[in-house]
Write a protein that binds this ligand. Structure first.
Ligand code: TYM
Length: 345
């Protein structure tokens, strides 16, 4: 049972995916398919840490799966599945609930943001959310996790859990034949590109998010060309023309965000974008941005819609992916039980 390079990542099926999900994470997922064994998950168990309408949840799981495929994930090459179909995720999360410390979870900024003021009313699942995320990754002993910047802290926690598990059970791990005493790898975050943190189109200091009440704040992967154009036109800017160097974006969050989006969309650096548009007004830059966004996103929206017209086929893809995921995660969980001292038959 060697540790080999393996990629794992996931997205929550809550609402439709947006440009942040796409540029911050999915673009890298697609790239990594070319060089790595990849496992991509629709994390439905994470979604229910806050209440979801059951019919809407079913629809969203299929829609995120369809968007994965439409954006370029190949279900034959990569493993595509939904988390709840592989019981190991929940099983390993329980073991990790017993490894992680309360103090570690208390530091999680995302919990504080999501729970808001009334923390007593948050679900226990929302609090333990990062332990389930660690289980997602480590059930496959994954080594690389492509995500946006907002997941960095959760990834650090996953690394801490892997390390503490290896330490707590060192003797047992060695006795199980892992001579170097290492069972779980330390998963590396892969946070790269010019758009690791895409900001709201209405406020350059806030992250683009599914939960923002204003739909104008984000571009959804399901938006049609007119909607994309409208949202970009209405995007907040400042009165200055674009700077010609990246340093000039420092105190201009909205300009920085739009330049980053354009760069990621065109597969360029921010420097390259500013070489083309430095000194120009936002009106002409926005026109180019609309063109780039529509050219890139419209085919994804169309293909997602086409795939959604055959839900049985999507379910078949998920069933196949889940079976392949179980084949990897099952033996890992068996070893975890042996290491921890749980009897299995
Ligand atoms: P989620 O569903 O919130 O987001 C999915 C991915 O999109 C990235 N992302 C962004 N990137 C740049 N700018 C933004 N505005 C933006 N918004 C979202 C996220 O960083 C993420 O990569 N906890 C995770 C899901 C998860 C997971 C995992 C990820 C569960 N288990 C295991 C990796 C490995 C989440 O809620 O992502």
């Amino acid at each position: 049972m060697q540790i080999t390079p393996r990629v794992f990542s996931g997205m929550q099926p809550t609402g439709s995916l947006h440009l942040g999900n796409y540029l911050g994470a999915m673009v890298n997922w697609i790239e990594l398919q070319k060089t790595h064994e990849c496992i991509y998950c629709v994390v439905d168990l994470h979604a229910i840490t806050v209440w979801q309408d059951p019919d809407e949840l079913r629809r969203a799981i299929r829609q995120v799966t369809a968007a994965y495929i439409a954006a370029g994930l190949d279900p034959k090459k990569s493993v595509l599945f939904n988390q709840s179909q592989v019981a190991v995720h929940a099983e390993l999360a329980w073991v990790f609930n017993c490894v992680a410390r309360l103090g570690w979870l208390n530091r999680m900024t995302q919990f504080k943001e999501k729970a808001g003021k009334d923390r007593e009313q948050a679900s226990v699942g929302l609090y333990a959310y990062p332990n389930l995320m660690a289980a997602d990754i480590l059930a496959y002993r994954a080594t690389h996790v492509p995500v946006g910047e907002d997941q960095k802290q959760h990834l650090e926690l996953a690394r801490d859990i892997a390390q503490k598990f290896n330490n707590d059970f060192k003797t047992s791990i060695v006795a199980q034949g892992f001579v170097d005493g290492i069972f779980f790898p330390q998963p590396d975050p892969v946070i790269t590109g010019p758009a690791t943190r895409v900001m709201s189109l209405r406020d350059g200091t806030k992250k683009m998010s599914k939960s923002d009440p204003s739909d104008l704040s984000r571009i959804n992967l399901t938006d049609d060309a007119d909607t994309i154009a409208k949202k970009v036109q209405k995007a907040k800017t400042d009165p200055e023309p674009l700077p010609s160097e990246v340093a000039g974006l420092a105190a201009r969050p909205e300009a920085d965000n739009l330049v980053g989006i354009h760069a990621a969309m065109a597969g360029q650096s921010k420097e390259a974008v500013l070489r083309d548009y430095g000194g120009q007004q936002f009106s002409s830059f926005k026109k180019a941005l609309v063109e780039a966004a529509v050219a890139r996103l419209s085919p994804i929206a169309d293909e997602t819609q086409r795939l959604m017209s055959d839900p049985a086929e999507i379910d078949r893809v998920l069933a196949d992916g889940s079976q392949r995921a179980r084949a990897i995660a099952g033996p890992v969980m068996d070893k975890v039980k042996d290491i921890v001292g749980l009897i299995r038959s």
